[in-house]
Design a protein around this ligand. Structure first.
Ligand code: 8YV
Length: 322
């Protein structure tokens, strides 16, 4: 009988996913969900055919170079792959996959929540009620910004961006977007294309970031670009912290260059995020929960299993990125 491929699963995954993994493979699970160090992963990797990591495990070029030849694939439980050096993986012949599509709805929900939370001062209000500091009501109390009918700018009109555009239309928002290339009309669905980020920023009331973190997008939202936004604008990020220059955003929030920010992802997350974000009243902050729904986490897991099955049946996996 053929031996089952050995798969190192670096984090605790949903029960149904782990059951299926254990059926199909010899799965090394992590029931305590302890974060492995890179050295530990490299050690265990000597006896595995594939590694199934999350974005919490980093695979730099140096780490990939040290992977034993037995490791055939890195099958990520994530759509983002900025934690893996794809060029190094390709050079070494290690297959890399991700989990697109299945988290678009959940992530677009969090983008809506961040937009509404930042616009309607939800953090400030929630803290006030919780801390027993709510003592009065007046027409001038906790007045925020209305979202209905405003203009949303989507930076990176991929899968998540297109779902968000639909949700935003439900709030009668006008959709603007920037991509390297315009979408065909059926996907654009009337959204206004801007060939450059600089063209789009002055034209919108909410900016929602949906581009991946790459060399080109790191620090894209810097002081100069943020200064192009309207002073009543809100910046929302559910993609990666790296796209934002934190010092520039903090300064813009402090000095009224823009009105507010809703952030689910950060440079230095979880414990090394820019400390000023926590102190500002005009931020609405969440702990990287874009895809954190039962439905989506199950679907992500089953998508990884499809990729693993294809790889070990010598077929092309559906979600290959390297
Ligand atoms: C995931 C994400 O939960 O998929 C992504 O890229 O950012 C998250 O929504 C996380 O990366 C799991 O590894």
């Amino acid at each position: 009988m053929h031996k089952k491929p050995v798969v190192l699963v670096t984090r605790k995954l949903p029960d149904a996913v782990e059951r299926k993994l254990a059926e199909n493979f010899e799965a090394i699970l992590n029931p305590e969900d302890r974060l492995y160090t890179t050295d530990e992963i490299l050690q265990i990797a000597n006896d595995v055919d594939a590694i199934l990591p999350c974005h919490t495990e980093k695979f730099s070029a140096e780490t990939i170079a040290q992977l034993p030849p037995r490791v055939k694939a890195i099958t990520n439980f994530s759509v983002g792959t900025d934690h893996v050096d794809l060029v190094a993986a390709k050079q070494k012949g290690v297959i890399v996959t991700n989990t697109p599509d299945v988290l678009s709805d959940a992530t677009a929900e969090i983008a809506m929540l961040l937009m509404l939370g930042a616009a309607r001062r939800a953090s400030e209000g929630e803290r006030m009620v919780r801390n027993q500091q709510w003592q009065d009501w007046s027409p001038a109390f906790m007045v925020g910004k209305q979202i209905t009918g405003k203009r949303i700018g989507i930076l990176g009109m991929g899968r998540v961006g297109q779902v968000l555009a639909k949700r935003a239309r439900g709030f009668d928002m006008t959709v603007h977007y920037h991509n390297r290339k315009p979408l065909d009309s059926s996907h654009a669905d009337g959204a206004v294309y801007h060939a450059t980020v600089e063209d789009m920023l002055p034209e919108i009331d909410v900016l929602s970031v949906h581009c991946p973190a790459t060399k080109e997008t790191t620090g894209l939202l810097n002081r100069q670009r943020i200064a192009l936004m309207n002073s009543n604008a809100i910046l929302v990020n559910t993609s990666r912290g790296a796209v934002v220059d934190d010092d520039a955003l903090v300064e813009a929030l402090k000095t009224g260059v823009i009105a507010a920010a809703g952030l689910d992802v950060f440079n230095g997350e979880p414990d090394g995020i820019h400390p000023e974000y926590r102190k500002l009243e005009n931020t609405f902050l969440l702990p990287h929960i874009g895809s954190a729904t039962e439905e989506t986490r199950d679907a992500m897991g089953f998508r990884v299993i499809d990729n693993l099955n294809a790889i070990f049946n010598d077929e092309e996996p559906g979600d290959r990125v390297a």
